[in-house]
Design a protein around this ligand. Structure first.
Ligand SMILES: CC(C)(COP(=O)(O)OP(=O)(O)OC[C@H]1O[C@@H](n2cnc3c(N)ncnc32)[C@H](O)[C@@H]1OP(=O)(O)O)[C@@H](O)C(=O)NCCC(=O)NCCS
Length: 281
C-alpha cells in the first residue's frame, strides 16, 4: 500500500517533531491536537521553529513554506479519514491510547496503519482493543532526553581520551534538535575536542540518524559540552594542550573560545546583578 497522507495525533514537543519529519519528507500531513483548544497556535509554533532554521541557514525559505503548506492543523479526529498512516503521540496512558485507537478504527479506511510513538507501553496491549490487529505498529521517535544522554556519553569519551583520566560534565553550552530520530535508524554520534582551557575541555557533538533502508542521513542534533578533567578527589586537574592542525580545527577552536567568552561574560553580568540587589551576597 502506498502511503500518501499521514496523520499525527498529539502535538506536544514530540508530536510536533513527528509532524516536521513527516511533512519534511514530502507527505501531506494532518496534525490533530489531542487536548482541548484551538490548533492554530501550534501552526504558529512550527512556523517559528522552522523560521529559526531558515535564519541559521539550515533550511531554505522555500522548503519551509513547502513543508508548512503540506500540514493541515485541526482539532477534529474525523479529518484523519483519508490518512493511510496515523501516528499517535499523545499522553503515555494505556487506557487513553486504547480509546483513541478504537475511535481511529471507526474513522480511517480498513487498510490504514495505526502506529504508536510510545516508548514505554506495550504495542500488544494497544492491538488487543482493535478489530483489525495486524494494522497496529510501534513507531517510536527518540525522546530528546535519550539523545542528550547519548551526546553526553560521547562527549565524555572524547574528553577522557584527550585527558587520559576522569572527566565530568560542567555545562551544556548548547543543545539543538533539528529533526527527530526514530527507533530503527542507525544513530551516528561524532564527538570532537574543539578547545581546552587549563582544566576544561570543550567537546562538539554532532548526531545524525541514518535510515538503514534508503541510506539517507539526517542531521538530528548538535551540542557543545564543557567537560572538566578531575583527579581522584573530584578536583579539577590540568589537561594537555590541544594541537590544532587543519582549518576546520582552527575554526572550531575560534568558535569554542567565543562560546567560552560569552559564557563567562554572562556569568559576570549575573553576579554583578546579584551584587546590586544584595551587596552582602
Ligand atoms: C565541574 C567541576 C569539577 C568544577 O569545579 P570548580 O571547583 O568549580 O572548578 P574551578 O572553578 O576551579 O574551574 C575549573 C574549570 O571548570 C570550568 N567550569 C567550572 N564551572 C563551569 C561551568 N558551569 N560551565 C563551564 N565550565 C565550568 C572553569 O571554567 C575551569 O576551566 P579552566 O580550568 O579550563 O579555566 C565541579 O563544579 C563539579 O564537580 N561539578 C559537578 C559535575 C557533575 O557532577 N557533572 C554531572 C555528572 S558527570
Amino acid at each position: 500500500m502506498e502511503i500518501r497522507k499521514v496523520g499525527v495525533v498529539g502535538l506536544g514537543q514530540m508530536g510536533l517533531g513527528v509532524v516536521q519529519a513527516v511533512a519534511g519528507a514530502g507527505f501531506d500531513t494532518v496534525a490533530v491536537k489531542a487536548t482541548p483548544g484551538a490548533a492554530d497556535p501550534i501552526r504558529g509554533k512550527l512556523e517559528k521553529d522552522l523560521g529559526k532554521l531558515v535564519e541559521k541557514g539550515k533550511m531554505e525559505g522555500a522548503a519551509k513554506d513547502a513543508l508548512l503548506s503540506r500540514v493541515r492543523f485541526t482539532s477534529t479526529e474525523a479529518d484523519l479519514k483519508d490518512c493511510s498512516l496515523v501516528i499517535e503521540s499523545i499522553v503515555e496512558d494505556l487506557s487513553i491510547k486504547q480509546a483513541l485507537f478504537k475511535r481511529l478504527e471507526g474513522i480511517v479506511s480498513k487498510d490504514a496503519i495505526l502506529a504508536s510513538n510510545t516508548s514505554t507501553l506495550s504495542i500488544t496491549a494497544l492491538m488487543s482493543v482493535c478489530a483489525k490487529r495486524d494494522r497496529v505498529a510501534g513507531l517510536h521517535f527518540f525522546n530528546p532526553a535519550t539523545v542528550m544522554k547519548l551526546v553526553d556519553t560521547a562527549a565524555g569519551l572524547a574528553a577522557i581520551r584527550h585527558c587520559g583520566g576522569l572527566a565530568v560534565t560542567a555545562s551544556i553550552d548548547q543543545m539543538s534538535f533539528h529533526a527527530p530520530a526514530h527507533v530503527g535508524d542507525l544513530i551516528h554520534i561524532r564527538a570532537s575536542v574543539n578547545d581546552v582551557g587549563r582544566t576544561s575541555i570543550e567537546v562538539g557533538v554532532r548526531v545524525e540518524a541514518e535510515n538503514i533502508v534508503t541510506g539517507d542521513r539526517m542531521h538530528t542534533s548538535s551540542a557543545y559540552i564543557v567537560m572538566v578533567a578531575v583527579d581522584e578527589h573530584g578536583r579539577p586537574r590540568p589537561v594537555p594542550p590541544l594541537v590544532v592542525e587543519s582549518d576546520t580545527q582552527r575554526r572550531r577552536q575560534r568558535e569554542a573560545r567565543l562560546r567560552r567568552e560569552s559564557r563567562l561574560a554572562h556569568e559576570r553580568s549575573i553576579e554583578s546583578a546579584r551584587a546590586e540587589v544584595d551587596p552582602r551576597d
